[in-house]
Design a protein around this ligand. Sequence first.
Ligand code: SAM
Length: 384
Amino acid sequence: MAEDPRQQQHFGKQKKYHTQIKHGILEKTLEASLSIANWLCKNNDSYIYMDLYAGMGIFGDGDTGSPLIALNLVNKFLQNNNVKFKNINFIFIDKDHKNIKSLEHQVAIFKSKNNHPKINIETKAGEWESFHDHIQNNISRDKWGFIFVDPFSTELKIQKLQKLKIGLKDIIVFINYSTLARQDGRKYETDVSRICAFLNISPEQYKNFDNDKFIELFKNSIIKNYSFFNKDFSTFAAIPVAVDGKLQSGDYFFLALLTSSLGVADAFLTEYAKIRSVSYPQTSLLADLSLEGHILQVISEHETISIYSLISSLYFNFISWKQTEEKELPIKNNIKNCLDTLSMLGKIKMSGPRDYFLKKENRKLLSTTFSNNQSMRDVVINKI
Ligand SMILES: C[S@@+](CC[C@H](N)C(=O)[O-])C[C@H]1O[C@@H](n2cnc3c(N)ncnc32)[C@H](O)[C@@H]1O
């Protein structure tokens, strides 16, 4: 098989800036996913971690790739926690046999240092789509888990991912808008078919769309395709790109998070918020609204809405790191602060059968309201 020049570029030297950010977010989100699942699971349950585009396991400068990040994290987790899981299973897949060989070498080094009896690791060379049944059997066997989908550019055919019944597993998908926009500029038949496969649209739908609004076609198609997974908290967060050490102005790369756990979603956004430590004044292609503005907009679209549905609606959106200050992200604490302010200003009314989720004296929310799904469903909001 001819070597993909992107392999050289990607793994051949230092980790790129956006890869570092992607790995940081992956690590924190996986850590939350493991802890929450370990808390909720029964003693015989297992957890599965799947990396469908696993890569070589190591970069040229010795820095770790995503499979080793996950293994090291789980190893630490097993040592520091009261772990109920029977097993933590890993499946790493890469279509490139050379990458899998390199990864197997890294896994062997890991095992020689940390041979934990609860950890099982399997590697597979080939396109993940060709292992559909094997992947499905493993996902169905283990109730809890995490799936990392990290293609270089537009290799992912979302319909193939939709065929997997993923149950409670959390997912992160890397989405490369940059390549897609470049392909859109060219419009050769091969580019058209790649765009259509990636966005899951017909060539007619593509041709009928106004060229200047490709970002809209992209956003609409992504929202539609990812709604399919039926997760309560899904978001599409732009991550910054640097070329020769210089930050670029566009929103080129996104991380999609799909989860039904607010704790996992919170961990993702809390790590994401750290990107703001790099200040960058330029505007973005994505719409901007303050968190309070978003909350009021969603509430006014409903007669009454539970906190749970409100947060779910706030999530299903694209976020740009350039415009989104930490306090504007739909993290639990920020939502609580906004709702309390709106309630004090008399713009909304919060109530519920279980009033103990609201402080008696000023009807502010108690933090415990956010600690389980039922209490977030119990408190409802009306616009005044
Ligand atoms: C961006 S790299 C992965 C990087 C890795 N996840 C990390 O963070 O260290 C993408 C990888 O996907 C592999 N790949 C591309 N299409 C694939 C497919 N259909 N199935 C499995 N692997 C694929 C490529 O060989 C490449 O190694």
